[in-house]
Every structure is written in C-alpha cells, then in structure tokens.
Design a protein around this ligand. Structure first.
Ligand SMILES: [Zn+2]
Length: 178
C-alpha cells in the first residue's frame, strides 16, 4: 500500500448512528481517521463528505470525483453499525465485481474480529443501487471497502472500541499487512 484514502462515513450535519457508549458515528470515525493518519501521515488521506445535498448518490459522487483524481491503492469508508441491542460483530462490504475489494474486505473483517474478539460476520457483496453503501463501493476507481467494525447499539461491542487510538493503531497494522 502506497496511498490509502480514508472516508469518514456520513456527514457532519447528518452523523449516522448513535451509541450510548461512544460519540456519534461521524465524529467517532473522524477521530479514528485522524489517529490513523498519526501512524503514517504520507500513507493516508482523509476525506469527509460535504453533506447529503441531492441525496446519497450525489454525496458519494462529489467525494468520488475528488478521490478518483488521485491514484489510491485502497479506499475505506469508516462506519459503525446499529441495530437491536443483541446484534453484534464485524463486517465489511465491497462491490460484488471487485476481486481486490472482496479480498481486502475479507482480510479487514477477519483481522478486526481477531484483534478485538468480535464475531466475524464476514463480507457482504453489494449488488444493486438499493443496497446500503452501494454507491461508495461502485464509484471509487480503487478497490473500496466499507468497514463496520462493531454495533454501536451493542454495549459489549462498543466498549471494546471505546478507544479510537487503539482501533486506529490496529487498523493501521491491518492495512499495512494487506
Ligand atoms: Zn454508517
């Protein structure tokens, strides 16, 4: 990996999921992105979506135009999941036709779950435009992976990821060994 783009999922004015134990999804992942960059400032570029004006597709398209103007080896969009209190575990999503995307998604998901002792829910292939996260994975020129390391709605999962420094350092180790 020479150049990796880190996209903070959602937007400042529309921050995604909430957790009783963590900062809102957008803010949490901005912290993680900043901590990740401290591990190697020349490897990572951080991107934040400007906002949802025009909808999810339009937002991803604006960000993709910026990212695709540079040559990245990998693009990650950082998220955390939310569902019922019982739902838990790590998963990653990729565009169904991307071999590299699939390979990276598999590795990132299994390695995060190995380091943090979470359940590896595995990878999800995104096939059509109604799949959540589809446009991010489709629009990027480089292999693109959506990272959902845990459920913010699950206490046990959330507490494992309460320190964004630890998560960022782990993610850095995983990315540099891909
Ligand atoms: Zn999200």
């Amino acid at each position: 990996m020479r150049k990796v783009a880190i996209v903070v999922g959602h937007a400042k004015n529309n921050p995604g999921a909430f957790s009783k134990w963590l900062k809102p999804e957008w803010e949490y992942n901005l912290n993680v992105a900043e901590e990740l960059k401290k591990n190697n400032s020349s490897l990572y570029s951080i991107f934040c979506h400007e906002g949802y004006d025009g909808g999810y597709y339009a937002m991803e398209k604006r960000t993709a135009n910026k990212i695709n103007a540079e040559a990245f080896d990998l693009v990650l969009e950082l998220h955390y999941n939310s569902a019922s209190p019982m739902a838990h575990g790590t998963e990653c999503c990729y565009w169904f036709a991307s071999k590299k995307g699939k390979e990276y998604a598999q590795n990132i998901s299994s390695e995060i779950s190995r380091y943090f002792y979470t359940t590896n829910r595995g990878i999800k292939a995104l096939y059509n435009k109604n799949d959540r996260g589809y446009w991010f994975t489709y629009l990027m020129k480089a292999p693109a992976v959506i990272v959902e390391p845990f459920f913010g709605s699950n206490e046990f999962d959330s507490l494992k990821f309460q320190d964004p420094v630890k998560y960022a350092q782990t993610l850095h180790q995983i990315i540099t060994s891909l």
